[in-house]
Design a protein around this ligand. Structure first.
Ligand code: EPU
Length: 357
């Protein structure tokens, strides 16, 4: 185990924010974590698990010990009549794994092509795009307890998946005897995801419900698209709408799409008939946060070097490069100003999607 000190984190976060880790350890296998647990000083210190850095905002130097997951490996675990089960190391690049499964003839991940980040980070926020979420293709994961060094396995129910959320995004909460609230199982800073297994169901069925994909399908004139075609369409749609983090620093969608009651929605429609909304199965209504932000006039605006992307108001970007880029503080000031104006106009509180460190 190599303990690195004062490590620049700019290359390791897709917002390209300048910050340093006081202490950084590259985790290449379980033994690296066990070495951390065996070291009295490191064992006692708070930990921050870093994947591809594509869903974080760094607001200063990181004091907890940064564990950068670099566990590699991909394999077919088993093929049954009902599914292919594939496994990938937490440090593998998500998109590369998607492309690899397709190349091997195991379709099912094509709608989630080009999502930035690592395999180990995918369950943390239950990544999703174009009608498919990680939880729809999830089998199980292995994680390692950062206090004991023991490895354990979680199934989907134990991961507590919800829209852009899981047990890995929450700190544990103690039980509150006064209100009777039980202790909350939070694993943020408590566990490191080493391996993820994905279930790709057979027979493969295309997932074309999302409006952008339906449009592509109609344009193409294709009756029965292959997984490869859907993959190509998703890549094209994303490249046209979302900034490439290799060119413009960003963390994807900065806010979650809020849900409201049908009454709240009717109220907003009465004032703003154009609002983009989707009926959910549970009776609530999901609103497009990008539309709300756009309607408040934020598209293309900036505070300092932090800006709102011209082609998609839901994405905040770093307009600067190198050492002169946006600070985490500027990004959060912009985010708060957006939240305030959306609240004042629509009465809706937008919730950030990335983890603010
Ligand atoms: N819209 C506007 N103005 C904007 C942006 C969007 O009017 O500036 C409207 C669009 O016209 C569209 C609607 O809002 O009718 C929704 O926009 P879009 O289809 O682009 O999807 P989204 O809700 O903005 C979500 C996910 C993305 C995911 C896409 C595709 C969230 C927070 N975001 O975006 O996920 O790729 O759907 O499935 O759920 C991410 O999480 O980082 C991310 C990129």
């Amino acid at each position: 185990m190599l303990v690195e000190k004062n490590v620049p984190l700019q290359p390791y976060n897709t917002f390209r924010i300048v910050a340093r880790a006081q202490t950084l350890i590259r985790v290449k296998d379980e033994a690296d974590v066990q070495a951390v647990v065996a070291d009295a000083t490191l064992a006692a210190a708070p930990k921050f698990v870093l994947g591809g850095g594509s869903n974080i905002v760094l607001t200063g130097d990181v004091k907890p010990v940064v564990l950068k997951v670099e566990i590699l490996g991909r394999r077919l675990v088993e093929e049954t009549a009902k599914a292919w089960i594939v496994e990938a190391g937490g440090g593998e690049n998500w998109h590369d794994v998607v492309a690899w499964t397709l190349a091997q003839g195991w379709p099912g991940l094509e709608n989630m092509a080009l999502i930035p980040g690592t395999v180990g980070a995918a369950p943390v926020q239950n990544i999703g795009a174009y009608g498919v979420e990680l939880q729809d293709r999830f089998e199980s994961l292995d994680a390692i307890d950062l206090q004991t060094g023991r490895t354990f396995t979680l199934d989907a129910a134990q991961c507590g998946f919800a829209y852009r959320d899981s047990v890995f995004k929450h700190a544990p909460t103690p039980a509150d005897p006064a209100s009777g609230r039980p202790a909350g199982l939070g694993l943020a800073g408590r566990a490191l995801i080493t391996r993820v297994r994905l279930r790709l169901p057979k027979p493969w069925k295309p997932e074309l419900g999302y409006l952008d994909l339906q449009r592509r399908l109609a344009e193409s004139g294709v009756r029965e698209p292959t997984a490869r075609q859907i993959y190509d369409w998703v890549c094209e749609i994303r490249r046209a709408k979302l900034p490439d983090p290799a060119v413009i620093g960003n963390a994807g969608s900065f806010f979650k799409n809020p849900t409201v009651t049908p009454e709240q929605c009717a109220d907003i429609i009465a004032r703003d008939p154009g609002i983009v909304h989707y009926q959910l199965a549970d009776g609530t209504v999901k609103l497009a946060a990008g539309w709300l932000i756009d309607a408040c006039g934020w598209k293309g605006k900036s505070i300092g070097q932090a800006g709102v992307y011209e082609k998609q108001a839901l994405v905040l970007v770093n307009r600067g490069g190198g050492d002169n880029g946006a600070t985490g503080g500027e990004v959060m000031t912009l985010a708060k100003a957006i939240q305030t104006s959306v609240y004042e106009r629509f009465g809706i509180r937008l919730e950030p999607e990335p983890v603010v460190v």
